[in-house]
Design a protein around this ligand. Structure first.
Ligand code: ATP
Length: 447
């Protein structure tokens, strides 16, 4: 496992350069030479990211009547991170190579780090043996100060996960919305981790977005709920995002991998060009978090089950996905080098594509641009479309193939006569002749 991390696979390199070329993702602070492990989303990237997060949001808060949304602060009371265990235990074991100064997470070498003798391990970068240090613990939380004076007692943390914001609001949400267990709270937001090794493009970054849903259940029904959410989440990747089924799988956490709060944990993994890696975690967190927050806040956080006249502390099943990792999954799954036609295509599902159609007048005269503009005005209120009259029609199509645009609409001389256009399909390159008043529904059907 350790060696793959050094060779960012060729396919990933190609995706990185396509993302830059097409305005999907840029490295942060580019004109200053970049800023490690942070990325900026360009015009097409933000569209794609929004499409993905909106699908998730809809799946959680619209399709499920008993799940509601929340947007809590990035900065919170510092005691929250003591209660959650992050101050004491959110550490990664760090290993340095004394020879070449390369830095690793110890668990990149083996799942069970305690079994390793570091004296005998070869540095994957410089190849020397006996130069790796014993692992040191390194806390991943970013610390900052609140107020003008940096003194003890003013420290705060940038949240390393969105989940805690849900736990500390759970009673307010439950009361305000009159929720009955089982119910869920969903949240999308930024999280920050001072990762030791940030590699593989947007897979592991220091600033990222999480999409977390915490499902509050009656103790005893947690195992069934876990099963239900595992199935639902897997279906989301296949049915909503259209991810290739053979590239997605579950991985169960063994005893050594289980986090301090978890009774049972599963990862959904995708087969990236750099290997199988986690994109989402589904965890049974028991009543660990609410119990700890009761202890640290002194507040009673139990739920009153009126029909049965009993009080209990709910168990929590968590589904925790990284939006950026989900986006990388979508990109890696969609990337296609169509050698036969000498083009690169992002085979994005039309639902996810940043731009749904490009509208092209065949030539810049004879009233074709005006007709194309009319089509733009007709489609604009319904979905994102792009007008392009620059270059040969073939070049215009290929530019959009790379950006994942599923449809090309071309206005030619016949359009003026009979009000039809050609509708080109990105993946097959097949072109149909369709009436202008049918384009909108033809495209919407595919979305
Ligand atoms: P890993 O083992 O890869 O560090 P984790 O097990 O610590 O991840 P969780 O704490 O379960 O991850 O976080 C839930 C999700 O948040 C992950 O499945 C991933 O999609 C996302 N995530 C976590 N850390 C990062 C990061 N540094 N960059 C991008 N996404 C991340």
């Amino acid at each position: 496992m350790s060696l793959f991390i050094l060779n960012m696979d060729k396919t990933i390199e190609k995706i990185v350069s396509l993302c830059k070329r097409r305005g999907i993702i840029f490295q942060s602070s580019d004109i200053y030479g970049g800023f490690s492990a942070v990325y900026d989303y360009g015009p097409l990237g933000i569209e794609l990211k929004n499409n993905i997060s909106q699908l998730w949001w809809k799946e959680m808060t619209q399709v499920h009547e008993n799940i509601v949304g929340l947007d809590s602060g990035i900065l919170m009371h510092p005691k929250i991170w003591e209660a959650s265990g992050h101050v004491d235990a959110f550490n990664d074991p760090l290993v340095d190579c004394k020879q070449c100064k390369a830095r690793y997470r110890a668990d990149e070498f083996a799942e069970d780090v305690s079994s390793l003798n570091w004296e005998e391990i070869q540095c994957p970068k410089c190849g020397t043996t006996g130069n790796l240090t014993e692992p040191r613990q390194f806390n991943l939380m970013f610390k900052t100060h609140v107020g003008p004076v940096e003194e003890t007692g003013t420290e705060a943390y940038l949240r390393p996960e969105t989940a805690q914001g849900i736990y500390v609001n759970y009673q307010l949400v439950q009361g305000a919305m009159r929720m009955k267990v089982p119910f869920g709270i969903a949240q999308i937001g930024k999280a920050f981790r001072n990762e030791i090794v940030a590699r593989n493009f947007i897979f592991r970054t220091r600033e990222f977005e999480q999409m977390e849903m915490q499902y509050f259940v009656k103790p005893g029904s947690d195992d069934d709920s876990m099963q239900e959410w595992k199935e639902k989440r897997l279906r989301f990747y296949q049915e909503q995002l259209g991810i290739n089924q053979s590239k997605i799988r579950f991985h169960e956490h063994g005893e050594n991998e289980l986090a301090h709060y978890a009774k049972e944990a599963w990862d959904i993994e995708y087969e990236f060009p750099f290997g199988w890696s986690e994109i989402e975690g589904i965890h049974n967190r028991t009543d660990f978090d609410l119990r700890r927050h009761e202890e640290f806040s002194g507040k009673n956080l139990s739920y009153f089950d009126q029909p049965n006249n009993e009080r209990f502390l709910p168990y929590i099943i968590e589904t925790s996905a990284g939006l950026n990792r989900m986006l990388l999954t979508v990109l890696a799954d969609a990337y296609w080098e169509d050698e036969e036609n000498n083009r690169v295509v992002l085979k994005l599902h039309p639902r996810l594509a940043p731009i749904k159609a490009v509208v092209c007048p065949l030539v810049k005269k004879d009233g074709l641009p005006e007709k194309a503009r009319q089509i733009m005005d007709m489609l604009k209120p319904h979905f994102k479309v792009l007008y392009d009259q620059q270059g040969s029609i073939g070049k215009r199509y290929y530019r959009q193939d790379e950006a994942g645009t599923p449809f090309g609409i071309t206005v030619d001389h016949q359009s003026i006569e009979d009000n039809t256009v050609t509708l080109r399909h990105r993946d097959t390159m097949v072109q149909d002749r369709v009436s202008i008043d049918q384009i909108q529904s033809a495209i919407q059907d595919k979305m």
